[in-house]
Every structure is written in structure tokens, then in C-alpha cells.
Design a protein around this ligand. Structure first.
Ligand SMILES: [Fe+2]
Ligand SMILES: [Fe+2]
Length: 188
């Protein structure tokens, strides 16, 4: 991971993702298991960091990308997984259905969601969810690849008996997450 002193990573997340990260829906993702030992929110943070790294590499090749869509799409891509035990009967059903439900959750957080952002979220599981719906934008391709890379790293860590640890993600949580009003009211 790139250290978080790298402003290229922190700045776009603070600029485009802070409201999502501080929403109740996203925060509930820290209590929703994902990839065995991860949570939805931790994984989504990892995907966002990885997607921005890919975006910056492309920018150096003069391939320009829309960082707002990348950050919003990466943070929201798995929100449809929240409540998985009540919503889905099988992992297969979850893998097919959660991108559709993630679009609904994204709309709640980002009411002016445009078609590109919807495509990023809806198509991120290609080809596993629907082979006829590949990413239809550069940003969608980046988030899809970042998601698969992050998931692979998380499963590889579990395979060798370790919990996936991303220092950058933990630092990012410290930077971005505001205390809840209840926590803020606690005496120091
Ligand atoms: Fe997903
Ligand atoms: Fe994911």
C-alpha cells in the first residue's frame, strides 16, 4: 500500500468520499463480515485505495480518469451486501444480487448519482454476476480490477492464517471518520 502521507490518495477520498464514509449505512459495514475475516467497510476502503493507485498510474500514461466516480463507486460497490444473512439464501444469490442492491443503497447516499456511477456499482462483479454486463467506463474497469485485486489479497492472507492488515486503510479510517454525536458528547 502507498503510505497515507501520499496526498494523492488522501485528498480525493476526503474530497469525494467523506460524506459516504461518515454515513450510518457505510459505518454499519464495519460490523458486516465479508471475505471471511474482513468487513464490508474495510474491504471497500481497500478497494478505494487500490483503485486510486491504478488511476494515478494511468494518469502518468496520460489516460485521465474521473476520481469522483472512482471514489464514490469503490466506497459504495458492496453496500448491497449489508444484511446478507437476512437477504440472501446462498453465496451465489448474494454474488448475483448484491450489485443491484448496491445501486439502490448508493442512490440513498448520492441522490444525484449519474449513469456512469451506476454502471461502476452495477457492473463491478463482472463476469461472475452477469457476463453480459461488463464495465462500461474506464472508472468501472478500474473499480472492478481493484475489487478483484483486494479480494485476492484478503483471501491470500486468510489462506496463510493471517488477518489481512492494511495500515493505509486503518490510517484512512482515523483521518476520515468523524466521531458520532454520542461519542463526541463523552467527557474526555
Ligand atoms: Fe461485490
Ligand atoms: Fe468488493
Amino acid at each position: 500500500m502507498i503510505p497515507l502521507e501520499n496526498e494523492d490518495i488522501v485528498d480525493p477520498i476526503m474530497k469525494y468520499g467523506k460524506d459516504v464514509i461518515n454515513s450510518d449505512i457505510f459505518r454499519s459495514g464495519f460490523h458486516q463480515r465479508h471475505h471471511m475475516k474482513m468487513t464490508v467497510a474495510d474491504h471497500s476502503m481497500d478497494v478505494t485505495i487500490t483503485a486510486l493507485k491504478i488511476s494515478h498510474a494511468l494518469n502518468r500514461l496520460h489516460i485521465h480518469t474521473d476520481e469522483k466516480t472512482i471514489v464514490e463507486g469503490a466506497l459504495c460497490h458492496d453496500l448491497g451486501i449489508l444484511g446478507r444473512d437476512e437477504k440472501f439464501h446462498s453465496n451465489h444469490e448474494m454474488s448475483v444480487m448484491h450489485p443491484i442492491l448496491s445501486v439502490d443503497e448508493t442512490k440513498k447516499l448520492i441522490p444525484d448519482m449519474d449513469e456512469k456511477l451506476e454502471g461502476v456499482v452495477r457492473r463491478h462483479m463482472w463476469p461472475a454476476s452477469d457476463i453480459t454486463m461488463p464495465p462500461n467506463s474506464k472508472e468501472g474497469l478500474i473499480v472492478m480490477l481493484a475489487d478483484k485485486y483486494s479480494a485476492t489479497c484478503e483471501f491470500m492472507a486468510i489462506a496463510v492464517g493471517r488477518r489481512f492488515k492494511a495500515k493505509a486503510r486503518e490510517e484512512l479510517c482515523d483521518i476520515c471518520i468523524e466521531p458520532t454525536s454520542a461519542a463526541a458528547a463523552q467527557p474526555a
